[in-house]
Design a protein around this ligand. Sequence first.
Ligand code: ATP
Length: 573
Amino acid sequence: MRLPSSPSPNLLSPRSVAINASSPPAAVELTGITKRFPGVVANHDIHIAVAKGTVHAIVGENGAGKSTLMKTLYGMHKPDEGIIAVDGEKVTFAGPADAIAHGIGMVHQHFMLADNLTVLENTVLGAEKLHGIGGAARRKISELSDAYHLNIRPDVLVEDLGVADRQRVEILKVLYRGARTLILDEPTAVLVPQEVDALFDNLRELKSEGLTVIFISHKLGEVLSVADSITVIRRGTTVDTVKPADVTRKQLAELMVGSELPTPETRESTVTDVPMLEVRELTLAEHGAPVQAETVPAVDEPAPDTSIVEEHVGAGRLLLDGISFTIRKGEVLGIAGVEGNGQTELIDAVIGMRKPDSGVVVLDGTDVSGWPVRKRRVAGLGYIPEDRHRHGMLLNAPLWENRILGHVTEKPNSRGVLLDIKAAREDTERIVREYDVRTPGIDVTAGSLSGGNQQKLIIGREMSHAPKLLIAAHPTRGVDVGAQAAIWDQIREARREGMAVLLISADLDELIGLSDTLRVIYRGRLVADADPATVTPEELGSAMTGAASGHLAESESGAATDTEDETPEDETR
Ligand SMILES: Nc1ncnc2c1ncn2[C@@H]1O[C@H](COP(=O)(O)OP(=O)(O)OP(=O)(O)O)[C@@H](O)[C@H]1O
């Protein structure tokens, strides 16, 4: 074991936890787990003991082997070596059904809910034998919701729920199936700070009832605040299990990476006067329904009721309601908002995937409103998509083909009208090197990369074309702290050379740290703006829920103050 600085005497080695004979049996104990894939040892001699009634975090770099380990524990992979014990009993799982039968449940990062079904229907689906599909099931759901303060009603439609509620439905589904140990894969990645606090309250509630939670996270501050124990995995193996009180964030990061972390550079403004993207009065109504403007708080009205913050924009309402802004060369415009408030539609309209009902998109002085996606891409638009599995990658295709994706007609991928496979392959090798994509080679499928490494490949691809405008949706979601700092540096470097960036992120530290200008989107409208130099995540979070509007950074108390509505031209001070 090696701690980079000031080792603490209280650090527990994973083995010492595992063999402590006086403790009650661990909820879950993994001993000597090894899992190999072709060309990769994803897990090697893993030792973890998770004490009952605790929250146990698993941290590690992208590709360290966290998801593989959790999938093994959940019966999705069969370990090549090693023992899994649940409540002191050795078990083998042929599949997730076996894991569930032993009280182990998993909440995946990508929710697996059918939007058009109710909470009840989603919950009983595949588990009809437990409590049927009617009254008994409804009662059980209400009981669980009350017992763990999940605040979920059985008869609401999932499509009417916000992200945090959907996550609670996933947790409820797992509890409904009798889980006593819950595995959560990066549960906070999609949540705003207030929602993270609520989730952590739920986790504490579960813990106080004797349940056990194992969660994967890249957010070390959160890990330190909620976990009872933290296991660090590096390059496939457990390097340490520590108590949060015994390590600092920096020590934890260094345990993960095995070296000093890069320090982020200091900021200097590179914003020019040259508009790169001008968006004027973009309006988009939900398809097929009568258009009725959603009332949002006028800047001089009192703050609205925040109890409805997670309500999604409903039928017939405007998904985008007169959105106008300008991003200049060398400027990062960050847009903060609770997911589902128009961010996706805004990106779709700018990139050309969705046609707005009205409004104009001007890229580098040219009106591109009627242009298809491909033409906008060639004109200099780069795109880091929100959902890399749906838009950014072909999971079954090798890395080098994914490098070509979206840039078929551009250099180095093509020469004239012909594909230049050799050059594309060489360039993929370069991206793998420069962006530290951990992979056995460029011929493996993108689907076999860990989530963070997929993201690094997409960023490398998009940055390679030196876009004039980069649309970056959650660019570092699922990416470890070291890679996050590297990606931020890449974006800053390109910005210094004149790239404009439209940044959408649920990570408020990222938004504040990277943006030159900040706007808040709420129910399809830009309702507030803030100075990234002075605004706090809490102030921003509050504006995101519709509780504050206007210019956020001028109030001494930290609460928002109101300003006059602005014209598009003067919006990007
Ligand atoms: N099905 C698979 N086939 C081949 N290789 C795989 C497969 N699943 C994972 N791997 C490889 O195993 C290693 C560990 O991946 P894993 O997804 O467990 O990492 P992780 O720690 O969860 O990373 P991240 O933080 O990026 O999600 C990586 O090198 C990955 O490419």
